[in-house]
Design a protein around this ligand. Sequence first.
Ligand code: 3PG
Length: 211
Amino acid sequence: WNLSPRKILEDGPVIPVLVIEELERAVDLARALVRGGIRVLEITLRSDVALEAIQRIRCEVPEALVGAGTVTSAADLEAVVAAGGSFAISPGLSTSLLRAASQGEIPLIPGIATASELMQGLELGYDTFKFFPAEASGGISMLRALAGPFPGVRFCPTGGITGENYLDYLALETVTCVGGSWIVPGQFLADRDWEGITLLVRQTLAAASTT
Ligand code: 3PG
């Protein structure tokens, strides 16, 4: 892996946003996703076991590239590096987080929802962003509007992406991949239906490859 934010997005076209509440399910879930064809996994820091889940997946599922989501501070970023995370994704951006990441060891994909935030990111050397919360921030028409003044920027829209709209997002020139929790339905996880998850991933990727 030659890791840059752009490369991580290019491995998509779908990054699952995973909230792991039960540690013992993390490895099985990661294996199910990898079997389906998804290698880049975002574990959000929104649960107590997130960092440990990253550690375990890193050790036990070497085919996966596991990183952290909901990284909102330089301290979060440090914790992710210590856990062995390969990248970090943030819902937003702050000067201190972007500075810490550009001096740090792993790539950061910061979040933006406006032209001004995007310009702040560009100023600090970033050209690849999460667009968050995608649906609530204007969705596809907002991304089309941003593509005018910022044609070289690439996005991973996340927040409100579903099986019904992800192909429309992927059809946009500036969208390299989409992120979301929809790819692992809660019931499948509760039922430990790993084969079901693998099948869903295969179907999702197959539909994306024909567009
Ligand atoms: C995130 O953390 O990126 C979002 O909460 C995921 O949004 P979704 O649940 O609407 O996919």
